[in-house]
Design a protein around this ligand. Structure first.
Ligand SMILES: Cc1cc2nc3c(=O)[nH]c(=O)nc-3n(C[C@H](O)[C@H](O)[C@H](O)COP(=O)(O)OP(=O)(O)OC[C@H]3O[C@@H](n4cnc5c(N)ncnc54)[C@H](O)[C@@H]3O)c2cc1C
Length: 379
């Protein structure tokens, strides 16, 4: 319908290679990975070899030095494929940029090449059992003791938690302070006192190793602080627009995939002697969803364009995250309905898409928090 203008032939070629890779290396195995609760670790190495991890990492650290459109292509194709267990977007476009934007030269040289190759898997641990939205209130502490910090606390719902070799941990270096007491640490998963807990049993995203993490007197070398002491909250606020754009891009790609699956299904399925695509309700529902997804695609691409120009502000990214994920959940639900009972069967991609979509309104800041951000900006 409305052609996308941000993606030239080079990017479409890149998209084609990501799509083919996923069709060969992920789609046939994903059902088993859902049973295993995690994707095969080797997929990370294979993705690294293809240049699909950390596409925006600069050449000096072994990256391709691409712009964010290449990342967008990777995350859109993962979303379209329904392989929701693959935690590359968080690794490539959340964890790596923290190191690139806030790390010192030594940290960049040590970690970024390993994230690009897939030798290391990255995670970021903000949420705790007692606090998610209220990030300023985290209870994990990192107390200075000579040449190291002593880390204590627990985190939950951490994406890539089982595979992670490197975790960016949000902790209080000054527990008496709120936002100003927060710092970030690069914590190696094999540190003594660092335990990976349960791989959580979720409603959807079943091949994603979302986990609990525990820190019991973990000695973190002082040089592993990421950014300056007390600057953790500022870093989080600055990095969150990209995370919310990422969620928006995956949400719209998932909507487009759901519409394609449903289009095929309603033309094929018959009731009362005719394809269900012939019923006015089906036609109107499909037309309404196409209109809404088309409008959302245009808005999302505009936000992507603003981000490429470094102009995507916090409230606009919040609007995008809220609108796209609300629409994703609505589209998935309507599409399940048009599939009838088959839409509720796990073997059908629309059933998985429906289950996978729900969390998009919850993580990366809940949609209620997104509305708070927007309201604060306009009122
Ligand atoms: C699959 C999955 C993956 C995740 N991955 C990660 C990860 O990699 N790293 C990480 O750190 N976290 C991760 N999270 C955690 C996620 O970011 C949090 O669940 C989310 O921020 C909400 O926090 P909470 O669960 O503590 O809910 P709460 O903060 O307790 O919120 C509960 C309800 O209260 C509402 N609420 C809270 N405060 C307000 C307010 N001020 N105004 C209005 N309503 C409010 C919320 O909107 C929500 O509806 C993940 C979660 C899931 C489910």
């Amino acid at each position: 319908m409305i052609p996308r203008t941000l993606f030239d032939s080079d990017l479409e070629g890149f998209r084609d290679s990501v799509r083919k890779f996923l069709e060969k290396e992920a789609v046939p195995f994903h059902a088993q990975w859902e049973k295993d609760g995690q994707v095969d670790r080797d997929l990370w190495r294979k993705g690294g070899e293809m240049g699909f991890l950390c596409a925006t990492a600069p050449e000096q650290y072994g990256g391709l030095g691409c712009d964010f459109r290449y990342s967008a292509v990777v995350m859109e194709e993962i979303s379209r494929s329904g392989c929701s267990g693959i935690g590359w977007p968080l690794h490539s476009d959340i964890v790596m940029p923290y190191i690139l934007n806030w790390g010192n030269e030594e940290q960049k040289q040590h970690y970024i090449p390993k994230l690009i190759s897939g030798e290391m898997v990255g995670a970021i641990a903000m949420t705790e059992p007692g606090t998610g939205s209220d990030l300023q209130n985290v209870k994990t502490t990192a107390i200075k003791n000579g040449d190291h910090y002593v880390l204590n606390g627990s985190k939950t719902f951490i994406t890539n938690g089982q595979h992670a070799d490197l975790v960016i941990v949000v902790a209080k270096t000054n527990p008496k302070e709120a936002a100003k007491g927060i710092s970030l640490f690069l914590v190696d998963a094999n540190s003594e006192g660092f335990e990976k807990g349960t791989n959580l049993d979720k409603v959807g995203m079943k091949a994603q190793d979302t986990s609990e993490l525990f820190f019991n007197d973990v000695k973190v070398p002082a040089e592993n602080m990421l950014g300056a002491d007390g600057m953790g909250f500022v870093a989080l606020m600055q990095e969150l627009p990209q995370e919310r754009l990422l969620v928006g891009l995956t949400a719209v790609a998932a909507c487009e995939a759901a519409l394609e699956w449903t289009k095929t299904y309603v033309k094929d399925r018959k009731a009362f002697g005719k394809p269900i695509a012939n019923f006015q309700n089906t036609r109107f529902k499909m037309a309404e969803m196409y209109a809404e997804v088309t409008a959302m695609r245009v808005f999302t691409d505009k936000c992507l364009e603003l981000h490429l120009e470094k102009k995507l502000d916090i409230p606009t990214a919040a609007m995008l995250k809220q609108l796209t994920t609300d629409l994703q959940c609505k589209v998935m639900d309507e599409c399940v309905q048009l599939h009838g009972g088959y839409g509720y069967m796990w073997e059908y991609p629309i059933a998985r898409g429906w289950a996978d979509s729900r969390v998009q309104k919850i993580y990366a800041g809940t949609n209620e928090i997104m509305k708070e951000i927007v309201a604060r900006a306009i009122l």
